[in-house]
Ligand binder design. Structure first.
Ligand code: NAD
Length: 386
């Protein structure tokens, strides 16, 4: 029998949340006095302050992620707001602008992109383009004097990442890589538990991120920087690093590219990799574009095991601790990952702090991806060049 229980941490979170819920339920109770007009609200009512300064974003690329996740997430943001769009499809851009209350004068295409420099409403640019275009549009964004939030993977080579970081420094503008899970409570709690020694010494982490990708898709194009490692395998790589707090020494990897499936003419279907870390920790990851969805990790330590279901998904995270013969599940309030990430970047701009996932964080993953590619090419262990 599985024994689910709340540990102390969960109980505290639960009590705090219940207290908030009870308070708000009481306010809506039928016996409550009639609501006071807005200008005569009781002094004890806490009304959130309107942020004195918000960060205006230009969204670059109106593809699936931008339309289905990022733009809807602005409704949940506290300080980030959409003010401009960059798209090669003017009709789509007009429709999207109307839906999100964006001034039609703030619509750009890839030829007029650099004119963002003259738009004072735009503080930051969010690059949501194919991976092979991340470096060019990030660097041009810095030349336009804007801060840049760039989707993962940061770019398609270490050389490009290095140029992007240099451009950020030259422009004195911030660069953040959109690792949304670093702003998501279940992954953040997993990091704390691992770093605080809840599992004892961590010996291995296994992680899997797979999905069934149908053509046509930028992920199946080599020229656009596709392939499973940069697209989904990178979540496993990033998780090994954020859960362990270590950087890997070397990598072994292997891939499979079927000859009888036209989707995989340019990129492999599946890649498996093992990273060795200085402490002796092994990180074993696999990624595929040809299976049903799988997005999980397991951290195995001397004193316990931590499992995360839907670890890399947009929602549905479940964090489970196996320790001392018991299985516990942590209860946390989920958040919109993209809203959390865009607000965090905005706060780092407003307070002039380095973002939690700066360019160097994206570069560290691309160094590992280059070592994975080298290991596949040579059939040998490849050192990660830090
Ligand atoms: P998509 O193919 O749906 O969108 C790509 C956009 O780029 C489209 O609007 C397309 O018109 C535009 N584009 C401009 N020039 C292009 C060209 N030459 N060829 C092809 N498209 C061109 O892709 P997507 O799923 O929205 O992914 C975009 C980026 O977001 C990728 O870098 C991907 O890795 C990243 N992404 C991140 C997450 C996440 O959870 N953080 C999830 C999905 C995608």
């Amino acid at each position: 029998m599985t024994d689910f229980h709340l540990n102390e941490l969960d109980r505290r979170t639960f009590l705090a949340t219940s207290a908030t819920l009870i308070a708000s339920t009481n306010m809506l109770h039928a016996d409550a006095p009639p609501l006071a007009p807005p200008d005569k609200q009781p002094a004890h009512l806490q009304v959130p302050e309107v942020p004195s300064k918000t960060i205006g974003f230009a969204i670059v690329g109106l593809g699936q992620l931008a339309l289905e996740q990022v733009l809807p997430a602005f409704a949940k943001c506290k300080v980030a707001r959409p003010v401009a769009l960059v798209s090669g499809h003017p009709d789509k851009a007009k429709k999207v602008a109307a839906a999100y209350g964006i001034d039609p004068r703030n619509l750009y295409n890839y030829q007029t992109y650099d004119k963002l420099a003259d738009n004072r409403e735009v503080d930051a640019i969010y690059i949501i383009l194919p991976n092979s275009m991340h470096a060019e549009y990030t660097i041009r964004g810095f030349k336009a004097g804007k801060h840049v939030l760039c989707e993962k993977p940061m770019a398609i080579s270490v050389a490009e990442c290095t140029e992007m970081i240099a451009a950020s420094k030259a422009a004195n503008r911030k660069l953040m890589i959109a690792y949304r899970l670093r702003y998501e409570p279940f992954n953040m709690l997993a990091i704390d538990l691992c770093h605080q020694g809840e599992l004892g010494k961590i010996k291995s982490i296994t992680a899997s991120h797979c999905q069934d990708v149908q053509a046509p898709n930028i992920r199946l194009s080599k020229a656009l920087g596709g392939g499973p490692v940069g697209d989904v395998g990178i979540y496993c790589i990033n998780a090994f690093r954020y859960l362990s707090g270590e950087e890997p020494v070397d990598v072994t990897a292997t891939e499979y590219q079927p000859q009888d499936d036209t989707r995989f003419r340019e990129v492999p279907e599946s890649v498996a990799f093992t990273l060795r870390f200085p402490s002796g920790l092994l990180g074993c990851g696999d990624c595929s574009f040809g299976t049903a969805e799988s997005r999980c990790f397991r951290v195995q330590g001397g004193n316990g095991i931590l499992d995360m279901e839907s670890a890399f998904g947009y929602r549905g995270q479940r964090l489970l601790l196996h320790k001392n013969g018991r299985l516990s599940e942590y209860q946390l309030a989920p958040v919109d990952h993209f809203a959390a990430e865009m607000d965090a970047f905005s706060e780092s701009i407003l307070t002039n702090q380095i973002p939690k996932t700066p360019g160097e964080e994206g570069l560290a993953d691309i160094r590992i991806i280059e070592a994975i590619e080298e290991s596949i090419r040579t059939g040998r262990i490849s050192a990660v060049r830090h």
